[in-house]
Ligand binder design. Structure first.
Ligand code: 26Y
Length: 821
């Protein structure tokens, strides 16, 4: 056992004690939520000891620390995960059982901390898990949003957003740390002063508004190693509590303003995924958490080191996309104005501590702030960026004399805008993509000029996921089976050991066991669907799953158009052989993304018609799972037969859901995009269903003005029929306008964009054929079982432990810490 405090009787006593002191109740009287709180506090008690031990070890060892700076951390529930990582899940479950408490039910009382949108935020959470498990010193730095990702309700087929008040009942795992508060200043003007005695020019910010950033720490528990890192998320508070006498001093407005600023700044997570909207409040959020985090990191460093020049030996700031990029200018500001270094010294330190990860090539996701807004809000930071840009452009002109085209393309400040990606690349010593194909596209297309000028900065770090959450916690049946089959639990921290399953690929008994576990997980999901959607699905049907954010490039529309096509086929040829199929969708659309919301409505409309058509004998079912999030994702991955990864090639930087499906034994049906390429490389073409245009082909079409979807529409009657059904009322009660915009997007967009930008009709036939192959393969039970098992067996590369070790080896160079208890 991990810790004597999880010993049954001790732990039971602790829970009873907590229920009594927190609620003045007995176990029998407590509500499930109260039990969740009481159990969580009991678990936290144990964590705290390890947390202290880890911090003490840091003090002793003085390791280099990575600060993972991210606007998003999509953590998922903490209780179950913490128990897993403390290797106490089963013991605690048994102890609670004896008290008549069902751990699973208690876990369901925990709201998902949803401080993120999708892939980028969840990746940050997997990285924190791996950093602690591998024994590296790390802080996650982010924002403690009052409201996380909205809750999604489906009403009459439409998405309706409601606020995610995740802190309503209190968060038992967090610690408020008022004593580490930092002040963050906005706006005002910069007064330049010359100090004769020191011969220095001083830059003094005046007439600013400020807020106090208050850190909340959450423990990040490593697996079985007593290592506990910290996720530090910042709350905002007005700098002086509202004081009435300020009214008399004429400061009334300012006092109110500061109060409001503090309240609004951390109010809510922006629900945009891969789409930049240019909101001033978002820039405030960015500077708020970055300034506080960097100040805190510097304070911590200076406590035990006296030479600021050596900061790069102990500190790394990893910027999760461009959202935290203002970090480079803020670090410069502190080094110049507070540490009083010269420009060259400050620049040398900054460019050795900051590194940047790019997560997207979608043009609309690139952050470019209007200069007037930026300089008004962050006057001193803006001055520094001007100087960074000025010096950088001198280098560009030196390298490319007379080539003003280069200057225009590479400048940080251009056309009235601050290009955050350029700032990150110029100031960072490392620029990485998140899958091999993605990094190649960055080097050869999107960031070509930068790659040409500074090739040494560019590197690839293919994403990964944590098997602790997505197998051990999400799929305990399969986890236990894997341990039994490969004869060791060590896969929990060394996923390459999964290859030990390969020897069972032709073992009928093992294959039957594997598929029996899949079946049980399908029954579990079917129950979830019955409870939450009121739809009956048959666990013997093929569970074909697409769960991810809703975005046109991810092509949920291709999937549902294909369902419409299948339905037409079944209706037209009732005699044809057809293996029963359940198409499962889960997706949130950004609140302002109209077309994405239309696609959700379409999926639900198709579901309504298809699910209620008794003439097709339940051969086809369509389910839209409401409020897709980390907690139900764990159940969904475990139950999937087919993993839909059908983005337009070149658009999905990596994908990480694809890896979670693979881990749980679902073959990929996908395009050669993102990490799919590497998945296929590991598992073999014969164990995946690959279709569609390649990224080169897509990029080629794009560079030559697109293609003509009308030709396909005119020549393929099955496709034409499906597309026409968008506007002939089939799925809209006779309303011809409801899906007109989707129809137009495919054939003749009204907004001036290219027809079928995402090559849905172009890839349709290839997709339908690949789907046919899925059906054929599934009918052959043993063949399918082998494919599914080989997916699990070949997933070793896709652990975030591997990804993190590569970041450590190539970028961060951290020291391993062994926590001594
Ligand atoms: C509003 C705005 C500037 C913005 C907000 C969120 C831009 C982008 C994002 C989120 C991007 C994101 O989640 N990207 C995904 O990152 C994953 C982790 O690297 C990849 O697997 C995935 O392919 C990529 O779409």
């Amino acid at each position: 056992m991990y810790n004597p405090r999880f010993e049954k009787e001790t732990f039971k006593k602790e829970v009873k004690h907590n229920v009594k002191t927190l609620y003045r109740k007995t176990i029998e009287e407590a509500t499930p939520q109260q039990l969740f709180q009481a159990v969580s506090y009991a678990v936290k008690e144990v964590i705290i000891d390890d947390w202290i031990a880890t911090q003490n070890q840091f003090k002793k060892d003085d390791p280099k620390i990575v600060y993972y700076m991210s606007m998003e951390f999509l953590m998922g529930r903490a209780l179950g995960n913490n128990l897993i990582n403390m290797t106490a899940y089963k013991e605690v479950k048994a102890a609670l059982d004896e008290m008549g408490i069902d751990l699973n039910a208690i876990e369901d009382e925990e709201p998902d901390p949803a401080l993120g949108n999708g892939g980028l935020g969840r990746l940050a959470a997997c990285f924190l898990d791996s950093l602690a498990t591998l024994g590296y010193a790390a802080y996650g730095c982010g924002i403690r949003y009052r409201y996380g990702m909205f809750k999604q309700k489906i009403e009459n087929g439409y998405q309706v957003e409601t606020p995610d008040n995740w802190l309503k009942e209190g968060n038992p795992f967090e610690l408020r740390r008022e004593e580490y508060a930092k002040e963050v200043r906005f706006g005002g003007n910069i007064r330049v002063e010359y100090d004769d005695s020191t011969n220095r020019t001083k830059f003094v910010q005046e007439n600013y508004e400020s807020v106090l950033a208050i850190p909340y720490d959450m423990p990040i528990v490593g697996y079985g190693n007593h290592h506990v890192n910290t996720l530090r998320i910042w709350d905002a508070k007005a700098i002086t509590d509202f004081q009435l006498d300020s009214f008399d001093r004429g400061d009334y407005h300012k006092a109110v303003e500061q109060e409001n600023l503090a309240k609004t700044i951390v109010e809510v997570l922006y629900p945009n995924d891969n789409h930049y909207a240019g909101k001033e409040l978002r820039l405030k959020q960015q500077y708020f958490f970055i300034s506080a985090s960097i100040q805190a990191a510097i304070t911590k460093y200076k406590k035990t080191h006296d030479d600021i020049h050596k900061l790069p030996e102990k500190v790394i700031f990893q910027m999760n996309d461009t959202h935290p990029t203002v970090a480079v200018a803020e670090l410069m500001r502190i080094l110049l104005d507070e540490e009083e270094l010269g420009w060259n010294e400050a620049w040398d330190i900054t460019t050795k501590t900051c590194a940047y990860t790019n997560h997207t090539i979608m043009a609309e996701a690139l952050e470019k702030w209007p200069i007037d807004l930026f300089s008004r809000l962050l006057p001193r930071v803006y001055q520094i960026i001007q100087e960074i840009d000025r010096r950088f452009l001198i280098q560009v002109r030196e390298r490319y004399p007379g080539n003003e085209e280069k200057v225009r393309k590479m400048a940080i400040l251009y056309n009235g805008q601050v290009r955050m990606a350029h700032l990150a690349i110029v100031a960072g010593f490392s620029v990485n993509g998140v899958a091999r194909l993605h990094t190649e596209i960055l080097k050869n297309q999107e960031l070509r000029d930068f790659y040409e000028m500074m090739p040494q900065k560019f590197n690839n770090k293919t994403n990964g996921i944590t098997q602790r959450r997505f197998l051990m916690h999400g799929n305990p049946l399969l986890a236990d089976w894997v341990t039994e089959k490969i004869g060791t639990k060590d896969w929990i921290t060394d996923l390459s050991l999964m290859s030990g399953l390969k020897k069972y690929a032709d073992d009928s008994k093992a294959l039957a066991e594997f598929m029996d576990i899949k079946y049980k997980n399908k029954v579990r999901l079917a129950e979830y669907i019955r409870k939450h959607n009121g739809i009956e699905v048959d666990p013997r049907s093929i569970f074909d799953v697409q769960v991810k954010r809703l975005h046109e490039y991810k092509r949920q529309l291709l999937n549902i158009l294909h369902v419409m096509y299948l339905y037409n086929q079944i209706k037209e040829h009732p005699e044809m052989s057809f293996f029963p199929r359940t198409f499962i969708f889960g997706a949130k659309a950004s609140a302002g993304y109209i077309r994405a919301k239309e696609i959700i409505k379409l999926i639900n409309s198709v579901a309504d018609i298809v699910n209620n058509d008794r003439s097709i004998n339940g051969k086809l079912k369509v389910v839209f799972i409401e409020d897709y999030r980390v907690s139900n994702a764990e159940i969904i991955f475990a139950a999937a037969d087919v993993s839909e990864q059908i983005s337009t090639a070149s658009k999905e930087a990596s994908g990480t859901g694809n890896m979670k499906f693979m881990l749980n034994g679902a073959p990929t049906l996908g395009t050669m995009d993102g990490a799919n390429v590497e998945i296929v490389e590991e598992v073999g073409m014969e164990n995946a269903f690959i279709f569609g245009l390649s990224s080169e082909e897509v990029i080629n079409y794009e560079n030559n003005g697109g293609y003509h979807p009308q030709d396909i529409y005119n020549s393929d009657p099955d496709i034409r029929k499906v597309v026409d059904q968008l506007i002939n009322g089939t799925y809209s009660n006779g309303d011809h306008e409801m899906y007109r915009d989707l129809y137009n997007s495919l054939l003749c967009p009204k907004d001036g964009s290219k027809a079928d930008m995402y090559f849905i009709l172009k890839d349709f036939r290839a997709y339908a054929e690949a789907q046919k192959k899925v059906e054929e393969a599934y009918k052959d039970k043993e063949r399918w079982a082998k494919m599914a098992l080989l997916n699990t067996a070949c997933c070793g590369k896709f652990t975030s432990d591997r990804t993190i070790q590569e970041y450590v080896d190539d970028i961060w160079h951290l020291d391993k810490v062994t926590v001594e208890i």
